[in-house]
Design a protein around this ligand. Structure first.
Ligand SMILES: Nc1nc2c(ncn2[C@@H]2O[C@H](COP(=O)(O)OP(=O)(O)OP(=O)(O)O)[C@@H](O)[C@H]2O)c(=O)[nH]1
Ligand SMILES: [Mg+2]
Length: 263
């Protein structure tokens, strides 16, 4: 029995970047099978939503496993869009997202998807990771690489999770593992992956990082310094919530408490 994957592509003003990536992705996904693709667009201009919608409808005529796009009227942030997409359809055993820019290329996305579809892994989540190593090519501006490495180091120290790259835009999670943690998830912006990773780890889920090839694509929405600050704040909030003693969380009306927390 092979698994099915719901692959969400979060989009904010992406009608200009997504076309070549989505086209290549669909051609490969058709060969592999067992994948449905859902574009989630939240809160761009009506003209932009119309352009994206037209594009997806054209692609859907050839590739019916591309679902009707989910067009939301207000902006939820990247994480909010991914979660909305994952809630929108219930029939796949694996949930995934990939960035619209093609920085994680279509062949790399499908290489990881294949591991899951063919049941080659027993872990609960697979996170793509930009690891500079022999046999893999990471093409990234030096200053982004340095800031990325500093951020990843801060994340791994503050959250005490030995992650190399929490922010790569390609992740796969078993629906059952996601269902266990989703009520506790609060971060909806660019830092949502950190909270998701911490929640999965705390719930006992096994998360594996898999090295991929990656190349920077111009036109990203992430404002390096402003968003890095917000993301740092997300890390501190996630850390504080994980350390909240059970009695205090109960008083505050929250139920979050990691499995291995010390009070
Ligand atoms: N739906 C939705 N998607 C978003 C939002 N913010 C970012 N995204 C998507 O998240 C993905 C990653 O965004 P990018 O702007 O490429 O940012 P990044 O890859 O983290 O950073 P760069 O290195 O600048 O490319 C893209 O598919 C974006 O369209 C949002 O508010 N809503
Ligand atoms: Mg990008």
């Amino acid at each position: 029995m092979t698994a099915k994957i719901l692959l969400v592509i979060p989009c904010f003003n992406e009608s200009g970047r997504i076309a070549p990536f989505l086209t290549e992705l669909c051609a490969l996904a058709e060969t592999l099978g067992r994948i449905s693709i859902l574009v989630v667009e939240d809160g761009s201009t009506p003209e932009e939503q119309h352009r994206l919608s037209q594009l997806v409808h054209t692609i859907r005529q050839k590739y019916p496993f591309v679902r009707e796009p989910l067009l939301l009227s207000s902006n939820l942030g990247k994480g909010g869009a991914v979660y909305a997409g994952w809630q929108a359809h219930q029939s796949e055993e694996w949930l995934a997202f990939v960035d619209a820019d093609g920085a994680c290329s279509a062949p790399e996305t499908m290489r990881l998807a294949r591991l899951l579809v063919e049941g080659q892994t027993s872990v609960d989540a697979v996170f793509a990771s930009r690891i500079q190593m022999l046999g893999h090519r990471i093409q990234r501006h030096l200053h982004r690489h340095i800031i990325g490495r500093i951020y990843a180091t801060i994340v791994s120290i503050l959250l005490e999770i030995p992650v190399h790259d929490s922010q790569c835009g390609l992740k796969f999670i078993r629906r059952s593992s996601y269902a266990r943690v989703s009520p506790s998830l609060e971060v909806k912006d660019f830092g949502f992956d950190i909270e998701l990773m911490a929640a999965l780890t705390d719930s006992g889920a096994i998360v594996e990082e898999v090295p991929i090839d990656w190349h920077e694509v111009p036109g990203g929405k992430l404002r390096l310094f402003r968003d890095a600050f917000c993301m740092l704040n997300d890390v501190l909030e996630v850390r504080a919530r994980r350390r909240t003693p059970a009695w205090l969380a109960h008083l505050r009306g929250t139920t979050r408490e990691p499995a291995n927390a010390t009070t």
